[in-house]
Design a binder for this molecule. Structure first.
Ligand code: G3P
Length: 214
């Protein structure tokens, strides 16, 4: 499973890349606003320079032509830009247009298996089901991921599933068990992945024991 970081924070991306297992980055307008970014194009270029992996950059337009135009502009920022389009009917039409021009699309704001099927049929390179937001309204986010993977397998779609809106390491584990292609995580979740109290306790004991021996 590929590990993406879900942030627009350059320091977080740099630190996660330093751990050696960062395969890509996903951003969205809220994440860029959180970083108080004024020049979004410049910021996306800076992110793209930090990783050779795919970097999702989202359009703001909501009509097909506007999304296609913005997508073309974003795709020119760097060779690893993936254009993020909302899963709406105009978004699906824009996806088909960009795909025909060789531009990779990440279909975002996906909350149903039917939406994911439409994204694959429209040629999206990635689809992003938002598991945390579904869990928060009392539905089963990871159940949706399993449904999407089953449908894609039935029809041999090449669209990769990015498990998004991840809240905790258990989401990451469930994503890997389900066979998701990618999990995109906030820095706070990445920081927790290796943590285990018994590892900390065991390490402290080893060091104390060796210290007594000195
Ligand atoms: O980037 C898309 C998605 O991961 C957003 O997650 O935390 O806003 O639900 P969140």
């Amino acid at each position: 499973m590929k590990f993406f970081i879900d942030t627009a924070g350059l320091a977080e991306i740099r630190e996660a890349a330093g751990y050696g297992f960062l395969d890509g980055v996903t951003t969205n307008p809220s994440l860029l606003a959180r970083e108080k970014v004024r020049d979004a194009d410049r910021h996306i270029r800076a992110i793209c320079a930090l990783t050779p992996g795919p970097v999702s950059a989202e359009v703001l337009a909501t009509d097909t032509e506007g999304m296609a135009e913005e997508g073309r502009r974003l795709a020119k920022l760097a060779p690893n830009v993936v254009v993020k389009l909302p899963l709406t009917m105009p978004g699906l039409a824009a996806c088909r247009i960009l795909r025909a021009e060789g531009i990779a699309v990440n279909a975002t704001l996906v909350f149903s298996a039917m939406q994911a099927l439409l994204a694959a049929k429209s040629g999206a390179a990635y689809v992003s089901p938002f598991v945390g937001r579904l869990d928060e309204i009392g539905t089963d986010g990871m159940g949706l991921v399993e449904e999407i993977l089953a449908i894609y397998k039935n029809y041999s779609f090449k669209t990769e599933v990015i498990v998004a809106s991840v809240r905790h390491p258990r989401h990451v584990l469930r994503a890997a068990l389900a066979g998701a292609h990618v999990c995109t995580m906030p820095f706070a979740v990445i920081s927790k992945l290796a943590a285990h109290p018994l590892t900390d306790k065991g390490l402290a004991t080893f060091l104390t024991d060796w210290g007594k021996n000195a």
